[in-house]
Design a protein around this ligand. Structure first.
Ligand SMILES: Cc1ncc(COP(=O)(O)O)c(C=O)c1O
Length: 403
């Protein structure tokens, strides 16, 4: 008899990205812009801090929610950046932002409940809702000229009596869309009216390129924490992965009310327990000394963003909502109905791997995601391959010249 698995796991959608990435890994010379990470290594000062911490005795378990000094360092950074006060017990260090997202969703969404997700969105949200036995409900962003924008009516329409959570990621993976403070106020009002928790994923908050919202520091996305004073109604997710190029280290955090954080770490004790002790120490050093590095990184990505916007603008049939933050371009290709087969033919023909838009939900179909966190030369080569493929093959790989 075949082994049976739970529907919570069998219903998890297989990512079309994995298919593309697996084929790309087997192909010598392929350019992999399908991943959500930079091709730059973690800076040496952070690696050295982890090395010193391990030799200095940081090799034991810590509190599940992280060492007190990490939680305090995060609290200090939140205050420095956003001017809001969170105390250490209102913060928990996690094994990547991913674990924080999973724990937050498991704490708030149960069987028969649903969560509204502003979409297209990183597939972790819908799949965590499915793993909790709930129903993910996408609420599509609107296209507003050269931008994406929040469509409040769609969010409202998706909410019903079983809705428990409203999930929003800004700056967004995959669209680069960044929420305004007015958007946040409107969502906060909806959350209060319908008794929902907001899960605000702010992992790209430091990678912002234009449109400084009034009254905020330049190059910083506005945090939801500034508009929602009821801390338990909001869970902010953040991570060291993108800000410090620490994707492989697995360190992130959740911030909320103390009651929510306690509820989450009580359960995480029996999942991952604490993030690695020496990684936490490296995280403290990143927070303390990392500002010049972040500024350099942002300048590097800003140039790549300009490069990608210019190159995609020159391709007939391709339109790019300008990314305001994060490090992705999410172009729409006229006539594209199957982004997975487009991406696999693009890879087979040119050796360029991009992520199919449908991997970010049905609202992402018709698009592909190009990660621009790479060197000028690699990105330039990739964009030439992309342009040649689209201009000769069009959106429908099986019909040369088709659109
Ligand atoms: C929007 C968003 N949230 C969370 C994560 C998870 O990051 P990590 O688990 O590496 O902290 C990612 C990674 O790609 C992401 O794009």
């Amino acid at each position: 008899m075949a082994v049976r698995y739970t529907p919570e796991f069998t219903n998890v959608a297989e990512s079309p990205m994995v298919q593309i990435a697996t084929a790309a890994e087997r192909m010598p010379g392929s350019i992999k812009l399908c991943y959500g990470e930079s091709d730059l290594p973690t800076p040496a000062f952070i690696c050295e801090a982890a090395h010193d911490a391990a030799l200095g005795g940081h090799t034991f378990y810590t509190h599940t929610a992280g060492a007190p000094e990490l939680r305090e360092a995060i609290a200090k950074k939140i205050h420095e950046l956003h001017g809001v006060t969170y105390d250490a017990p209102e913060i928990m260090g996690t094994v990547g932002g991913s674990m924080a997202i999973y724990a937050a969703i498991r704490a708030g969404v149960g069987r028969g409940d649903n969560a509204v997700i502003v979409s297209p969105a990183y597939a972790i949200f819908s799949n965590a809702v499915i793993m909790a036995g709930g129903e993910p409900r996408p609420a599509a962003l609107a296209r507003e000229g050269a931008r994406f924008g929040l469509d409040l009516d769609r969010v409202r329409a998706a909410i019903d009596s079983r809705t428990r959570m409203l999930i929003v990621n800004s700056p967004s993976n995959p669209t680069g869309w960044m929420m305004t403070i007015e958007d946040q106020r409107a969502l906060a009002e909806l959350a209060e009216r319908h008794d929902l928790v907001i899960l605000a994923d702010e992992v790209y908050e430091r990678l912002v390129y234009d449109d400084k919202p009034k009254g905020l520091s330049p190059h910083l996305a506005p945090s939801f924490a500034r508009v929602l004073p009821d801390k338990d109604r909001l869970i902010v997710i953040n991570s060291f992965s993108k800000t410090y190029n620490m994707t492989g280290w697995r360190l992130g955090w959740a911030q909320s009310g103390e009651r929510t954080i306690k509820t989450m770490y009580k359960a995480v004790e029996f999942m991952t327990s604490n993030p690695a002790a020496m990684v936490q120490q490296a995280g403290i050093v990143a927070l303390r000394d990392g500002e010049p590095y972040i500024a350099e990184l942002r300048a590097h990505y800003a140039q790549r963003r300009t490069q990608v916007i210019a190159a995609l603008a020159s391709i007939p049939g391709v339109s790019l909502p300008h990314p305001q933050g994060a490090f992705y371009a999410f172009p729409r290709i006229e006539g594209l109905a199957d982004s997975t087969s487009f991406a696999s033919t693009l890879l087979a023909d040119t050796g360029l791997a991009v992520a199919p838009g449908v991997g970010f939900g049905r609202d992402g179909e018709g698009y592909v995601r190009v990660c621009f966190a790479s060197t000028a030369a690699t990105l330039g080569d990739a964009l030439v391959r992309f342009r040649d493929f689209v201009t000769t093959r069009g959106a429908l790989p099986s019909s040369p010249g088709g659109s």
